[in-house]
Ligand binder design. Structure first.
Ligand code: ADE
Length: 224
């Protein structure tokens, strides 16, 4: 898989890709990440990429020309399964969307900044809009990192234990069950006995029950 990310401040996203699972996925050549600085496509030598909104109001709006130049160039080089705009006014990311996107060959992600992008960018180029939650971030960069992490960990071969992405929370619309490790007793708090029993049928049944109980208590909306 190849992921291209367009941003005003690509530096904001570098570190998460240089560690742990995202790093290993790139080293194993399971994913390529390419950052594109929107300023490289600016209108003039001063690097102009934004302007004040028509009709007035606070904040700046990312202009269509630099974004058009950048997206058009990338589209001449390869076909994209999706061109995604990260924005709070969009459907919220969930596991189903991550699963579907993880089957893509090429994804292009545009991150907004300031007041967002000229609406015509969204109308002309964007095939999918994604929010990572009902709160407003300073820009779409951190949201893009969240999206990439959610997708890349699903690529075959990325996680050491092939089954572990399948047992994540949300894969079956349930939260994951509680987990424990040594010591079996800590400050009088005991690990549930069944987990020490070695009876895997009973352990599976307990985990299923525990997942259901936790979902009912913490996120009952998932059960509807
Ligand atoms: N940009 C700013 N806030 C965001 C959010 N919640 N999700 C995606 N992109 C954003």
């Amino acid at each position: 898989m190849r992921i291209d990310i367009i941003s005003v401040i690509p530096e904001l996203m570098q570190s998460p890709f240089e560690h742990s699972i995202l790093k290993r996925a790139q080293e194993k050549k399971l994913v390529e990440i390419h950052f594109h600085n929107l300023r490289d496509y600016a209108l003039n030598n001063y690097g102009k990429i934004d302007d004040s909104p028509f009709g007035g109001g606070a904040g700046m709006v990312l202009m269509i020309e630099p974004i058009d130049k950048c997206i058009t160039k990338l589209k001449t080089e390869r076909n994209y399964d999706e061109i995604i705009y990260m924005t709070p006014d969009a459907p919220i990311l969930n596991q189903q969307t991550s699963n579907t996107l993880s089957l893509s060959q090429n994804i292009l992600i545009l991150t907004g900044h300031y007041k967002g992008v000229d609406q015509r960018v969204r109308d002309l180029f964007i095939t999918k809009e994604i929010s990572i939650g009902n709160y407003v971030l300073s820009g779409g960069e951190l949201a893009a990192v969240v999206l990439c992490d959610a997708i890349v960990r699903l690529l075959p071969g990325v996680l050491g234990d092939e089954t572990s992405a399948l047992t994540d929370s949300f894969q079956d619309n349930l939260l994951a069950p509680e987990v424990y490790t040594r010591p079996a007793t800590y400050k009088n708090k005991e690990v549930p006995n069944v987990l020490l029993s070695g009876n895997f049928k009973k352990i599976d049944a307990w985990r299923e029950q525990n997942a259901l109980k936790r979902t009912k208590r913490i996120r009952p909306n998932l059960l509807n």
